[in-house]
Design a protein around this ligand. Sequence first.
Ligand code: HEM
Ligand SMILES: *[C@@H]1O[C@H](CO)[C@@H](O)[C@H](O)[C@H]1NC(C)=O
Ligand SMILES: *[C@@H]1O[C@H](CO)[C@@H](O)[C@H](O)[C@H]1NC(C)=O
Length: 475
Amino acid sequence: MTYGKDPYKFFFEMREKYGNVFVFVLLGRRVTVALGTQGNNMVMGGKLSQVNAEEAYTNLTTPVFGEGVVYDVPNHVLMEQKRFVKIGLTTESFRAYVGMIEEEVELFLCTDSAFAAYKASGVDMWGSFDAYHAMSQLTILTASRTLQGNEVRGQMTKTFPQMYEDLDGGFTPLNLIAPNIPLPKNIRRNKAQKAITEFYMNILRTRRERPSEDTEYDMIAALKDQHYKDGRPVSDREIAHMMIALLMAGQHTSSAALSWCLLHIAHRQDVQDALYQEQVEHFPDSDGSLRSPTYEELKGLPILDSIIRETLRLHPPSHIIMRKVVSDLPVPCSLGNAPENRTFVIPKGNYVWAAPCVTQIDPSIWRKPMEWEPSRWTETGSLAAQLYRDYAETGEKVDYGFGMISKGTDSPYQPFGSGRHRCIGEQFAYVQLETILAMLVRKLEMKIDHVPPHNYHTLIISPQEPRSIRFRRRQ
Ligand code: HEM
Ligand SMILES: *[C@@H]1O[C@H](CO)[C@@H](O)[C@H](O)[C@H]1NC(C)=O
Ligand SMILES: *[C@@H]1O[C@H](CO)[C@@H](O)[C@H](O)[C@H]1NC(C)=O
């Protein structure tokens, strides 16, 4: 119960009492928690013969994504599927996405009812919007315009949102352990899964009959003609299921991250001003307005970048990483607190969790860990700046089958995970977050008195209500 109420509090209290490794029973399952950078390393750098992700996640994901993808297939197939997706996430597509996202933000502000005060241009009028709700709507629009493709974007004003909502209703913690209870929610989930799969398969059929140029940068185009190493082509059904997986993987993570960024900059006027000034300095147009940024220009902006980094440190959307232990797993001495000359072994059948959310605020690692302070990422000599450099330039690199990534399994900062299950959506998420934040701060002045606390009842940590940001059109 303590875990469910406040996982951070639970982890810190248990660590105080028992050290970095401890076991608790959650709904009849034995869960070994492994904290600290060594715990991150054990779980995320673990061998396939020892720890397994698909057994831990498949109950939740397979009924939502569909069969034959992600955690419904052996790990080597997932690695190939990640490679296919990576092929679609190119610099060229990111370049095209920035302009599309810019347009979507403008359209959203002009049409969404919460932003009526924005539309009433010229008038000094304050309005307010629910940060999480608004950002969920905006990110699904931008994701569908870019990755998901025109056909999905076209359905966003029609049938797609209801199907998405029903499918998303299947993403509940309960379904991790009991996925097939015939609750109305699960029945709707199954129906929506079939309908969305059909929808994507139709898109594929239509595109094969009538090739079109305005789809060249989306993910369906990238997945369409791929083959597994054994020569087998990726089937339309698998593509449909991968598209659902990408939609789900990106949606709550990005919209939660984005709403936390906005809540913090609405609270910290100094940071908001600095962020706006950064835009003014880099993108002046001849008529006094601000011009559109390019992908390369947005990527290099230190204030924008460190706002996102710092937000993901304090509010990582996934607070735990789960695996099932498939063969007895000895705990390294540096991690375990076993009595002298003995080692702990996590028995086969246990679940093992890493919690990088804990190392990301560990007071023995970070200065003023609970303060949202983006400047730590650019301060010379700070740990944060060091971590960023290691990761970008010098760190050890490995290839698990989907391209070179930095190893980083023992890093104290890993909002995107590490090792073979590392996120492949990070760069896309950054393009999306950077463009949306830049556009919003250009157009709006935002204010809030307090940053709301975490809501732990959702699978992805979201801001608790009330979470309304007051805004007016920037003069
Ligand atoms: C701020 C946004 C995001 C965050 C914080 C995030 C976080 C993560 C984390 C922590 C993992 C590792 C899970 C594990 O090891 O068990 C992961 C994996 C993954 N993410 Fe993301 N993600 C984000 C956005 C996205 C987006 C936009 C996409 C798709 C375009 C995506 C696709 C994936 C995929 C395919 C995996 C691999 C799963 C595996 O190999 O088991 N993510 N993500
Ligand atoms: C997944 O669901 C099955 C029942 O369908 C259950 O026996 C199993 O323990 C569940 N897995 C996890 C990780 O809880
Ligand atoms: C632990 O191992 C060392 C070296 O093998 C030995 O000298 C020591 O007596 C052992 N301690 C205990 C408590 O068994």
